[in-house]
Design a protein around this ligand. Structure first.
Ligand code: PLP
Length: 394
């Protein structure tokens, strides 16, 4: 079959593939501990569900809405961003999308030409590189030489060419939980402005920050940096709304206008009922966000020392945000007689029914990603099984 060149370069999502295998095993009745998920394990807060039901009952959801989102939702987004970031956007600078994933996809589609280069700090979320390829761009991985998972201006400058068009930053970062400091972001932001490189700032985990760490934004550093930045956001993680599929992008209205045209031809509006739920999420009580955050923090503080004790598992400092641990398991893989992390993960799933994600798709093959978006009981059980697996116990 003569497929499009851009599509044939793209790899399937490793996290979704693993999730699918773990779900299949669960439906077969196997006692799977799934630590591969990129989603909170909580029910969407009740007030949000109630708002959705109310909108259905009021007959508000059967028709199309504006392709880039309900005006009331855009207002709710603008108000939330003002509270969280202290920065004000106009409605014309906002597009609502089918998840943050599609906000990112749309931004890349409207900005990239064939061969344009995009700098992606490694490790990075699996979809960045593939979405860049889908838009005809060339993903350029930039590793942190300090080994702290945070790239510096010097590292970015070394990777910059006259084809560099964009950089994708993600803080708190999936899969490491690392947060860039304000100084880091100021330096990177100024460098991007100076070199006319557009910044995509994926802030989807901004509320999930632990143990006194603080989230820092790019868009409130300077007006020049704000103008150079497309903010990608969504409700999936903070409000436990992955299934509702609501994300959004904010940025220069020349860009959001074209993103809106693309959305109009691609998906049309995000599902109407989800938009009403999103209005409640953003404008209603925020206590549930804090309850979930505290629960993630407690799990992190419990599992981090347990995982650190597993022979051959190397963990850096305790992560500051998101809900993942990224672990160098090279020694554990070799000591258990495997040659690749993928084979190790596959055997772990098949023999101990524990699902974790191999690091290759995040750009680091010697690592695994463990999600602590699972109940404390599941986490403890999963860690016991991993420990037994590494120790060669049946
Ligand atoms: N950005 C990052 C860093 C993510 O980890 C994810 C989901 O895993 C997304 C974006 C996409 O989120 P959404 O569910 O809003 O599409």
């Amino acid at each position: 079959m003569r497929f499009s060149k851009n599509v044939t370069k793209v790899q399937p999502s490793a996290t979704l593939a693993l999730n699918a295998k773990a779900s299949e095993m669960k439906t077969l009745g196997l006692d799977v501990v799934d630590l591969s998920a990129g989603q909170p394990d909580f029910e969407t807060p009740e007030n949000i569900e109630a708002a959705a039901i109310k909108a259905i009952k009021a007959g508000k959801v059967s028709g199309y809405t504006a392709a880039t989102g309900l005006p009331e939702l855009k207002k709710a987004i603008i108000d939330r961003v003002k509270v969280d970031y202290g920065v004000t956007y106009k409605p014309s600078e906002v597009v609502v999308t089918t998840g943050a994933k599609f906000a990112l996809y749309t931004a890349l589609q409207v900005l990239l030409n064939q061969g344009d280069e995009v700098l992606i700090p490694i490790p990075g979320w699996v979809s960045y590189t593939e979405q860049v390829r889908l838009a005809g761009g060339v993903p350029v991985s930039v590793a942190s030489l300090a080994g702290d998972y945070k790239v510096t201006v010097d590292e970015l400058e070394a990777a910059r060419t006259d084809k560099t068009k964009l950089i994708i930053l993600n803080s708190p970062q999936n899969p490491t939980g690392v947060i860039y400091s304000r100084e880091d972001l100021t330096q990177i932001g100024n460098w991007a402005v100076k070199n006319d490189i557009i910044i995509i700032s994926d802030d989807i985990y901004n509320h999930l920050v632990y143990n006194g760490h603080q989230f820092h934004a790019l868009i409130d550093i300077s007006e020049a940096i704000r103008k150079q930045t497309i903010l990608i956001h969504g409700l999936s993680k903070s409000y436990s709304m992955t299934g509702w599929r609501v994300g959004y992008a904010l940025g220069d209205e020349r860009i959001t206008k074209v993103m809106g045209i693309l959305i109009g031809h691609a998906t049309g509006n995000p599902t109407a009922v989800s938009q009403y739920a999103a209005i409640e999420a953003l404008t209603g009580p925020q206590e549930s966000v804090e309850v979930m955050r505290r629960s993630f923090e407690e799990r992190l503080n419990t599992v981090y020392p347990l995982l650190k004790n597993i022979p051959g598992f190397e963990l850096k400092e305790k992560p500051a945000g998101a809900f993942y641990l990224f672990i160098n398991v090279k020694n554990a893989v070799l000591n258990s007689g495997f040659t690749t992390t993928e084979a190790f993960c596959e055997a772990l799933l098949e023999q101990k029914y524990v699902a974790v994600v191999p690091g290759r798709s995040f750009g680091m093959p010697d690592y695994i990603r463990i999600s602590y978006a699972a109940s404390m009981a599941q986490l403890k059980e999963g860690i016991i099984r991993i420990q037994d697996f590494v120790n060669g116990k049946a």
